[in-house]
Ligand binder design. Sequence first.
Ligand SMILES: Cc1cc2nc3c(=O)[nH]c(=O)nc-3n(C[C@H](O)[C@H](O)[C@H](O)COP(=O)(O)OP(=O)(O)OC[C@H]3O[C@@H](n4cnc5c(N)ncnc54)[C@H](O)[C@@H]3O)c2cc1C
Length: 410
Amino acid sequence: MKKVVIVGAGPAGMMAAIAAADKYKVVLIDRNEKVGKKLYITGKGRCNLTNSKDISEFFDYIPGNAHFLYSSLYTFTNTNTMDFFEGLGVSLKVERGDRVFPVSNKSSDIINALRRELENKNVTILLNTRVTKVNIEDGIALSVTTEKGHVITGDHFIVCTGGLSYPQTGSTGDGYEFAREAGHTIIKTKPSLVPIEIKEEWIKELQGLSLKNIELTLFQDNKIIYSEFGEMIFTHYGISGPIVLSASRFVKENKNISIKASINLKPALSAEELDKRIQRDFLKFNNKDFKNALNELLPQKLIETIIKLSNIDEEKKVNSITKEERKELVNLMQHLDMSVKGLRPIAEAIVTSGGVDVKKIDPSTLKSKLVNNLSFAGEVIDVDAFTGGFNMQIALSTGHIAGKNIDDES
Ligand SMILES: Cc1cc2nc3c(=O)[nH]c(=O)nc-3n(C[C@H](O)[C@H](O)[C@H](O)COP(=O)(O)OP(=O)(O)OC[C@H]3O[C@@H](n4cnc5c(N)ncnc54)[C@H](O)[C@@H]3O)c2cc1C
């Protein structure tokens, strides 16, 4: 019986092992003391496993090489994922944005289900074992060498070592080196789905404030490059939260490019409607100071900053605020502009964009086009998606396809 050696026991590696174990003897290797260490922290410990949108819509949420993933995602779809986990006894639920989670809200249920299935299929799991090299001779992968110097031979090898984000979970980019040594090109890695740093000092005063139902727009040299409604949070260095993470995918870190982030605090209202709303509030608080007239319009934490940025004296009586000043206030609330300083480091990113170039990987089998008995799956490949369960689905689909397509090689 042929032996398949899989490096990395994240979602991609575990899925590849389960798929391959139907036909082959499988050895799954991970450097950590347990499988699925990153999976454990996904979705804030709840694991946003996949998304229930029609699979044809997934590609709109994959800015990184969506076309390469057609075959994987259509062969092992989100429905397959949900059936697979329900079949393993994990009940699932769908939340806002069609995000799929375990009913228990515990990512550990997903990991335990995978681990049990690996055991059922007699997969040998080697933990605390870091692979340092994939040994290739004359275009054929022969074995892997571990940090402790052990050599593990096999007939087929699948690299599922993940990207570079959250390195404490074991993903430190080792797979890029294995791929490079096999002759593959590595597309420059950069953080994706990562908080954004802001230059303005006033941002620090807002640390911890989270905003719902706002619109975030990114401008690069005055052209809109991203715009989305949703939630965000201010941090000590800038902004984070779902729509900020997605926006980060479009931020180019280049000193010659200037990027502006603009928040519309009241996107449901036109400027005229907001002005009328402010007038109503001002009428209500007619004799009060400006600083005491915004309580019904803005979260408490934001009022001081808005007042400061508005250049209206905080002690000015509301009834003496001019039409022009009110217009400025409306403009500020709908265009709270910030200058983007850059992205947080890749270690803080949800995913890595870049990785093993898809050009030299067969999309329907995930085999290397350079080394026939070597495959890649998951985040190690140059693919990445937005939040919403799409990255997990990519890892699971590519893992499954890699594990199922290892037979007819030399
Ligand atoms: C905080 C956070 C939250 C996230 N939440 C979600 C979410 O809710 N939904 C979603 O879709 N995506 C989420 N993601 C993204 C998702 O976790 C990844 O895209 C996914 O885990 C990638 O799977 P993978 O198997 O390719 O790689 P990984 O999960 O990174 O697994 C790689 C494995 O390889 C092992 N390894 C690496 N090098 C070696 C080596 N040399 N030898 C042996 N073993 C090695 C590592 O220890 C690791 O276990 C989140 C990511 C983060 C960081």
